[in-house]
Design a protein around this ligand. Structure first.
Ligand code: SF4
Ligand code: SF4
Length: 296
């Protein structure tokens, strides 16, 4: 079983739309499981027509919060003084008030408390969810609890849930839609991948952010290629990206033009390759290039 991860340096590059179409096309040739590892902005289910059709499979405990015992508290205020996240308010002579939404679980207050009135507790901050698409494969993702943010640990748990499903189903390929950027959730998504596809947006910031994201991939020694999206909106930048790719030995796996059908397919909650035959034809050589790079 191999893992293909799709990433982009920034949001709004069309990464998830492209991931959904790649997944649908590849599923015609291979047994796959799709993973939405963009846990802060999970949109893969929507692109695959699974809106409101995901079922919770397990709770994820991937965060800690401070837990406070009022009985033990001496009202000294040391915890409020040390908290760098303004999660504790305190007035002289009174006991502190903890704001769980601001708590980052760093544990500094527990170390500073002279009365042992604070401890860190593991909390459920997300749920792993699963759904079955109309395109012959299943998808795994996560739903964060209110006020929680995605972390590398949540992504690790989602990937583990995907691995278990993939083993149950004798899957040949796991396709992961990573978050945008270069933070912990992206690193967690990229780790252990066999091949990474970076989606290049033809803007100065999009290209610059993609290069940073690809540097992360290089740190792991994972091979990668790029797909240039909406290339015809900025042919000069496209040429610049192609020259960069050629000089760096990075395969350009495909170039996708701007097409209103991508937007229409999103409105219809359908993968673009299912919405438009023209887009399906456009993806055929891209899919072959991607599968060729993965080595199957
Ligand atoms: S665990 Fe850290 S962030 Fe949370 S309340 Fe204590 S000091 Fe503040
Ligand atoms: S540091 Fe401990 S004893 Fe002091 S106010 Fe905070 S919880 Fe109470």
């Amino acid at each position: 079983m191999k893992t293909l991860t799709i990433l982009s340096g920034k949001g709004g590059t069309g990464k998830t739309t492209i991931t959904a179409s790649l997944a649908v096309m590849i599923a015609k040739e291979k047994k796959i499981v799709a993973v939405d590892a963009d846990v802060d902005a999970p949109n893969l289910a929507i692109s695959l027509g699974l809106k409101n059709k995901l079922k919770e499979v397990e709770k994820i405990k991937a965060a800690h919060k401070s837990s406070f015992s009022e009985e033990k508290c001496l009202a000294c205020g040391k915890c409020a003084e040390i908290c760098a996240f303004n999660a504790i308010s305190w007035k002289p002579g009174e006991k502190p008030v903890f704001n769980r939404f601001l708590c980052e679980g760093c544990g500094a207050c527990a170390l500073a408390c002279p009365a042992g009135a604070i401890k860190l507790v593991e909390i459920e901050n997300a749920s792993a969810v699963r759904g079955e698409t109309d395109y012959g494969f299943k998808m795994v993702g996560a739903q964060l609890e209110m006020g929680e943010s995605g972390s590398g640990k949540v992504v690790d748990e989602v990937k583990q849930a995907a691995r278990e499903l993939a083993e149950e189903e004798n899957t040949e390929l796991v396709i992961v839609d990573a978050a945008a950027g270069i933070g912990c959730p992206v690193i967690a998504a990229v780790r252990e991948s066999d091949f990474v596809v970076g989606i290049a947006e033809t803007t100065p910031s999009g290209f610059s952010d993609l290069k940073r994201a690809l540097q992360v991939v290089e740190q792991f020694g994972i091979p990668y290629g790029i797909i240039i999206n909406q290339w015809d909106l900025n042919p000069e930048k496209t040429e610049e990206i192609e020259i960069f790719a050629k000089e760096s030995g990075i395969p350009v796996l495909g170039k996708i033009p701007y097409d209103k059908d991508f937007v229409k397919s999103l409105v219809e909650l359908k993968p673009a390759v299912e919405f438009s035959t023209k887009i399906e034809k456009l993806f055929e050589p891209i899919v072959e290039s991607v599968l060729g790079e993965i080595g199957d």
